[in-house]
Design a protein around this ligand. Structure first.
Ligand code: ATP
Ligand code: MG
Length: 269
């Protein structure tokens, strides 16, 4: 099987998730794995240490996001590709695997378009349009380089950075990046490993949802998980057989996710 694994930034704050890397090593002889990582909190920490206070903006829908000006885009790229992706590659090497890290700019893997304007709610509660900065949506995925790496037994690690038409680094959402890569690679599954055991509704983890059921639950879901469920739906609509949201901290997290053990599965049936 071909599996794309999104490693949540929530699992990368103090190094890398050991049990998950161990499981990648166990699954690699039989399966092709591609890792996509997050790490927004680590970016904020480093930006602050570099004296670049991060600004967060809130959309009229109440969604809070990093305002990525040019300096922030550079710091975002540095931390994601220079620090976090390499931490994963080094850990994969320790586990006997050949990791290779890439951003969306490498091999034109993820090409995006800058958002021209962002509508935000200002301090006085008024809606205002501001320059979109360096965030964007992926418009094209070129999976060819990943295919080459997978065919040679490498484990690709993809950072959530896209290249804009003008050659700038764009901050893209890690969950959606994983969904896009999974669809572009015609993966069998995408696994979202995070710091909770799946999508919780009314106090318990939901075992299975169709994409339509998942979309109908979105208003009841809190922010980080809402983005993940949206990305899961996008992946399945893009042809990926199933999307699984699971804990990345327990033992054998990926093997258990593939067995649908205590997690949330989003699939057509
Ligand atoms: N209904 C819900 N069920 C489960 N988790 C929820 C729900 N609503 C909100 N959440 C929150 O979503 C969080 C997971 O998303 P979050 O974006 O914080 O992590 P991540 O995606 O692993 O990290 P990153 O975004 O940095 O890659 C959980 O820790 C939880 O607090
Ligand atoms: Mg998240």
């Amino acid at each position: 099987m071909r599996i794309v694994v999104k490693i949540g930034g929530s699992l990368m704050k103090e190094g890398v998730p050991g049990p998950l890397i161990k499981d990648v090593a166990e699954l690699s002889p039989k399966h092709q794995l591609v890792l996509v990582h997050g790490g927004g909190d680590v970016v904020t920490d480093f930006a602050t240490r570099l004296g670049k206070e991060q600004r967060f903006v809130v959309s009229p829908e109440g969604i809070r996001s990093r305002y990525t000006d040019r300096e922030t885009a550079d710091i975002y790229q540095m931390v994601m590709t220079g620090l976090l992706a390499k931490r994963l590659v080094l850990a994969l090497g320790q586990a006997g695997l050949k990791g290779v890290s890439l951003s969306g700019a490498d091999g034109s893997l993820l090409l995006g378009k800058r958002k021209a304007r962002l509508v935000i709610v200002d301090e006085r509660g008024r809606k205002v349009a501001i320059d979109g900065g360096f965030t964007g949506k992926v418009q094209k995925v070129n999976a060819q380089l990943l295919e080459v790496l997978l065919s040679q037994g490498y484990v690709p690690v993809v950072s959530p950075v896209a290249a804009s038409e003008a050659g700038e680094p764009l901050n893209i959402d890690g969950d959606r990046a994983a969904a896009t890569v999974a669809a572009g690679l015609h993966a069998d599954a995408v696994i979202f490993a995070t710091n909770v055991g799946g999508l919780q509704l009314d106090g318990s983890v939901v075992a299975h949802l169709t994409p339509a059921e998942a979309a109908s639950k979105l208003p009841k879901i809190g922010f980080g998980m809402q983005k993940k469920v949206m990305a899961a739906v996008e992946a399945v609509e893009g042809g990926v057989r199933e999307a699984v949201i699971c804990s990345g901290t327990r033992e054998s997290p990926l093997t258990r996710a593939m067995a649908h053990d205590s997690c949330t599965v989003i699939s057509p049936a």
